[in-house]
Design a protein around this ligand. Structure first.
Ligand SMILES: Nc1ncnc2c1ncn2[C@@H]1O[C@H](COP(=O)(O)OP(=O)(O)OP(=O)(O)O)[C@@H](O)[C@H]1O
Ligand SMILES: [Mg+2]
Length: 158
């Protein structure tokens, strides 16, 4: 499913709809795509909906942030500055937080190679080819998440 986003406010609506569909089982979510397309912003709005109080930054050097919510623990990995060897330093956390009961976001998941569970929920965020003010959120469908995406589409597509 591809959702066209024209503004920050539309990113917020999409993120809120997404967050409202998550339960205490959590989810393991990868975000890939263009630089600056809005991955962190989407995560920020999801956490806002879930009432996380700490500020969510897009840290240059901090690779992992942890948050508490009423739903479940939340983790945000930003792998952009992770070097090949650096992956080893976070592998145990990646594996631990991919378990049910955690809500985990992996930004720049392409840098984690084979360490991403095959059944991760994948979101690809990119700029429109013709208009840089427009961004697309592509939610990759597979047999594990069809129901979730169907419900999400009901909330966001009028
Ligand atoms: N839908 C949108 N409309 C307008 N501006 C946006 C939108 N989404 C994000 N932005 C702005 O674009 C900038 C980059 O957003 P963000 O940091 O979320 O991108 P990113 O994909 O996480 O970038 P990076 O690749 O560096 O991790 C921010 O200033 C953000 O506020
Ligand atoms: Mg980012």
């Amino acid at each position: 499913m591809k959702i066209k986003v024209n503004s920050l406010d539309e990113t917020k609506k999409l993120a809120y709809a997404f967050a409202s569909s998550i339960d205490s089982k959590g989810k393991f979510i990868t975000l890939t795509g263009d630089i600056g397309a809005g991955k962190t912003q989407f995560i920020r709005y999801v956490l806002e909906f879930l009432n996380v109080k700490d500020k969510v930054t897009s840290p240059s050097f901090v690779i992992l942030n942890e948050y508490k919510s009423d739903l479940c623990p939340i983790y945000h990995f930003d792998l952009y500055r992770l070097e090949e060897k650096g992956l080893k330093s976070i592998i145990s956390e990646l594996r631990e937080y991919s378990k049910e009961g955690n809500l985990t976001f992996i930004e720049w998941a392409e840098f984690a190679h084979d360490e991403i569970p095959k059944d991760a929920f994948k979101i690809n965020v990119y700029y429109d080819e013709d208009n840089v003010d427009i961004r697309w959120f592509e939610f990759i469908e597979d047999k594990n998440n069809q129901e979730f995406i169907k419900n999400l589409s009901k909330k966001v597509i009028k």
